[in-house]
Design a binder for this molecule. Structure first.
Ligand code: BGC
Length: 451
């Protein structure tokens, strides 16, 4: 593999550190090229940032009513009932979560949408919801979609390991309506289609009017923000609202320094050649990235020397999960006994303390780069809106990586400070748990209020 070459762990690690490091000048250049790509994307030129119009603006906070939301994220489908009280409170009286069977991610689109329809069916039954009424449902579909209005949009390309056939290029809200019909569910009216980032921004701004950005740091990653409609040249003046939320699809941002490990991970993925940023940042890939470096270290005889079978223990793709990295990095015990327990569960029964420290350091190197890139792109969007960061900006963030990864938020904050000094205080990251689902209902409410 095309990683660093030296033999002693110390020399290897410092070489690895410099491959993964993002010094200030590189972060600044990420911000600069991100702005260029935003500009190109908004004006319809070829760009790694799709800059997709969402056909909705942030809520006023006064929207009221009961709505259903369906959230197809990465690994789960969630169905929620959401109540908006018109005074900035969005509560969730009912929710059901279902794991997407891997076979349905990779089978036919009809099978995937039938599964989703059955999730709605189970939700209605579980929460004894009266099927004689008609319910507005907002569909959060967390993949890149080209929309021409709020209630429909065609899938541009699958991400996050999904490959279901017959969906790319199709209207996903339409596929859902057809699947509901096929499954005899007639009490649902699909009124809005949103990306999860858009839902998160809607949820964040319903709560806090200073919120002007939505971010997902979970299985995948992405961001959205409020743009002046007149700057979205691809709309051709089609929309009269002054502002619209734009989904950046930043997971596909490509102007980044990649290591041999990044290239290897990309080559082995189902969407080779795209989503470079997502593959360096998101929860679906960080564990795999760490596994690739670890295998390299084992083969160079830098770690787990007491275990002749160490390579085999980590030979399965995706066997090292991002949750494991978080557990390892968060292990505060003197002997790193939690890490030892994890290693034993993987078959490494005789690790030494230096092995465990080395592994923890490796997780830190991989996750720090992810946090620095995440902070760089959040900064890029905020400085697009407010170049000197003179005003306060709330950034609503949803996703298990941000919420659960030990030290991730703190590492992002370090990068903000590096970039903006004291003005970094103007960036407030707000955890927005279930934001994408709650926010979808808010989008449905905004849509309903306009009809
Ligand atoms: C998708 C985005 C989504 C993000 C977070 C990415 O893979 O392309 O649309 O917002 O994951 O779920």
């Amino acid at each position: 593999m095309n990683g660093p070459a030296p033999a002693a762990p110390g020399a290897f690690i410092s070489s690895l550190e410099s491959c993964f490091a993002l010094p200030l000048n590189e972060i600044t250049s990420i911000v600069r090229s991100f702005h260029e790509e935003m500009d190109r994307g908004l004006s319809g030129q070829s760009s790694s940032l799709k800059m997709l119009p969402s056909f909705v603006d942030v809520p006023r906070g006064t929207e009221k009513g009961s709505f259903l939301a369906l959230d197809l994220g990465g690994t789960n489908v969630r169905v929620l009932a959401v109540e908006l009280d018109g005074r900035r409170n969005a509560t969730v009286p009912a929710v059901s979560t279902f794991a997407v069977p891997p076979g349905d991610m990779e089978g036919t689109g009809a099978a995937l949408f039938d599964f989703i329809a059955r999730c709605i069916d189970s939700f209605l039954t579980e929460h004894t919801i009266d099927r004689n009424n008609l319910y507005d449902l907002a569909f959060t579909f967390s993949f890149p979609v080209a929309q021409k209005d709020i209630a429909s949009g065609a899938l541009i390309a699958w991400t996050k390991g999904f490959t279901a056939r017959g969906v790319q290029g199709e209207d996903v809200a339409g596929l859902l309506r057809t699947a509901l019909k096929r499954n005899s569910i007639s009490c649902i009216n699909v009124t809005a289609l949103t990306n999860d980032t858009v839902g998160t921004l809607a949820a964040g701004s319903y709560l806090d009017p200073a919120c002007d950005m939505g971010v997902i740091l979970g299985t995948g990653t992405n961001g959205c923000y409020r743009e002046k409609s007149s700057n979205i040249k691809i709309l051709n003046g089609y929309v009269s609202d002054e502002y619209m939320i734009v989904n950046l699809e930043w997971g596909n941002f490509a102007t980044l320094k990649r290591t041999g490990y990044d290239m290897h991970l990309d080559e082995a993925s189902v969407n080779e050649g795209s989503m470079f940023l997502e593959k360096m940042v998101s929860g679906m890939y960080l564990g795999e990235m760490t596994r690739l470096v670890l295998i390299d270290m084992i083969q160079r005889e830098l770690i787990f020397l007491n275990d002749p079978d160490a390579t085999e223990h980590f030979s399965t793709k995706n066997s090292l999960k991002t949750e494991h990295m978080s557990l390892i990095q968060g292990d505060q015990t003197t002997e790193l006994s939690k890490t030892d327990r994890y290693l034993k569960s993987m078959g490494v029964t005789s690790s030494t303390l230096p092995d465990r420290l080395l592994l923890s350091h490796l997780c830190g190197i991989v996750s720090s780069r992810a946090a620095a890139i995440s902070a760089a792109v959040v900064s890029a969007v905020l400085t697009w809106l407010d170049p000197a960061l003179e005003e306060r900006h709330t950034v609503a963030v949803d996703g298990a990586l941000f919420e659960g990864y030990a030290g991730f938020e703190a590492a992002m904050t370090e990068t903000f400070t590096l970039l903006h000094g004291n003005n970094a205080d103007n960036i407030k990251l707000m955890k927005c748990k279930d934001g994408s689902g709650r926010g979808a209902a808010i989008v449905a409410a905004v849509t309903a209020s306009k009809q």
